[in-house]
Design a protein around this ligand. Sequence first.
Ligand code: NOJ
Length: 554
Amino acid sequence: MAAEKNLKWWQKTIVYQIYPKSFSDTTGDGVGDLNGITAHLDYLKKLGVGAIWLTPIYPSPGVDNGYDISDYVEIDPAYGTMADFENLIAEADKRKIKIVMDLVYNHSSDKHAWFLESKSGRKNPKADWYIWRDAKNDGSPPTNWRSIFGGSAWEWCEERGQFYLHTFAKEQPDLNWENPAVRQALYDAANFWLDKGVGGFRIDAITYIKKPAIFSDGAPDGKDGLTNIHFMTANTKGILDFLHEFKEKVFAGRDIFTVGEANGVAADELNQWVGKNGVFDMLFEFSHVNLSLKDGEIWCRPTEWKLTELKKVLSDSQAATKNNGWYPIFFENHDHPRCVNHFFAKDAEPDKAAKAMAAILLTLRGTPFIYEGQELGCTNVAWDSIEQYDDISSHGQYDFALEEGFSAAEAMEFVHFFSRDNARTPMQWNGKKNAGFSTGKTWLPVNDNYKIINVEAEEKNSKSVLAWYRKLAKFRSEREELTAGDYELLLPDDENIFAFSRGVDDKKIITVVNFSTKKISLPEDFCGRKILLDTESKNREEKFLQPLEVRILE
Ligand code: NOJ
C-alpha cells in the first residue's frame, strides 16, 4: 500500500463534470440550477465521485454559455444565489465531494464593468486592462488573426477609436495580463472562491494569456485571408512567469487541485507546466480528441485515424506524466461530441461502445473525468438546420465551411459530428416529460433517445451502461494497481485491440478492449487468465472477443 499512501485525494478519486445549464432545473424555467445539482449529490456519490467540476456559474450575458463572465465573484441569478452555492458546498462536503470552479481568465465578457470602463476612452484607470491597438494605416485591423470562433480577432470600438483583441467571440475581450493590477484582481477573485471552500480549479484557455511582444500578420490559412490566432499567440514565451506568480498567490500550499486547459503545450514541455517545478497539478491536452479534426482545429469531414494512433497519443501522455505531474483522463467534455459517436465505427452498438470507453477511462493511470451523461452512454444529436444550434462555435465553423466551398449539406454534416451542442442537451433523468430535467420549456431540446437512455431506466437494469460505470468505479477504488500502478501498453501494433496493464510490485491488472465491431481472436497470452470484470459474460468465448467486448484480467 506504500504507493497508494503517497497519492493525494484528487489522484484517487473520480471527477464529474457538470454543465449546470443542462443538469437539473428546480424552478421550471428550462435552465438547470445549483439546487438541481445539490438534489443529485447522492446520485454522484453512488458513482464514486469525489469532486465536481462546474463549468462557469458566474453572471454572464451567455454569448458563450458562461465563458463570457461579467462578474467574477457572484453567482448568475439564473443558477441561484450565493446562499445556494454555499449550501451546495456544505451538502457536498457532507458526502466528501469537493466543488471545483472554472476560472476564465484569458478574457471577460464585454459587459464586465472593467471592460465598460476600459472602452470608455483612452484615459481612464482601466484603459490598459484589455488589449487595444490602433488600426493599420488603411483602417484595417492591426493583424490578420482569425478568432477561434471565426472572423477577425479584432473588433472596432468607436469610443476609443481603436480595435480590441478577442481570441474567442467579440463579446469576450482578452484581458491584458501584462498589467499587474489585472493579475491581482484575478488572483483576488480566485482566492474569494477558495475562502468559500472550493476544492480546486479548472483554468480555461490558459495558454492564450501571454501575447507576443510584436503583433504581426501570419500566412493566411483560409480563403478569408486570415490566420488562426492559435498559431500566433498560444504558449508564448514568458507565459510561465505569469503562471508561477498565479500559483504563488493563489494555489501554493492549499489542499486543492488545479487542471489547466492547455491547447498548444507539447508533451516535451509538460514538466514545466505540471508537477514539482510546474504550475498546475494536471493539464488537459487534446491530442486524442483532436485526431478527427483537420489541422487539429477545423471542423471538416472527420479525419480517419487508426486505433494505433489513438493508443500512441494516449500512451505518450501516460509516459509524459509517469514521473512528474498527473494525467486528467477524459474522452468527453462540454466542447466535444459524445465519445460513442466520436471514437467508434458507425455500426458500433452505442451501449457497447460506451462500456468499452468506460473501461479505458476508469483503468488508465490518472484522474478520470466523467462528463454528465457519459455514464449513461448518451449520444450525439443531429438537428436539421444550423438555426437549431445554440453553440456559437457551431455557427462559426459552419460559416467557415461554406466560405471554404463546402455545400450546406456538407457543412451540416460537420456540425452533426463536431457540434458542442451534442454534449450540452439536457441530462436524461427519466422517460417522462423533458427527461425529468425540467417542467418548463428546455433551453436546448432533449435528445430524442431519452426514453431509453436515462438514469431511472438504467438504475433498474443490471446490464446498463450506468451499472457498468458504477461497477468499474467501485473496482477502481478497491484496487491499488488502478490508482498507483504503472501503465504499460500491450499489443501496440494491433488495430483492433486496446490492451494495457497497470501494475504495482508483482500485482497486475490487464485491460483488454476489442475496439472494433468484428469478432476477433484473442492473443494466447490473454487466454486462461482470471477475469475480474467483463461485459460479455453470456456470449464469452475463451479465445475470441465479441465486438466491443471488454475483459479486465489478472
Ligand atoms: C474553452 C471552454 O471549454 C469553451 O467552452 C469556451 O468556449 C472557450 N474556452 C472560451 O472560454
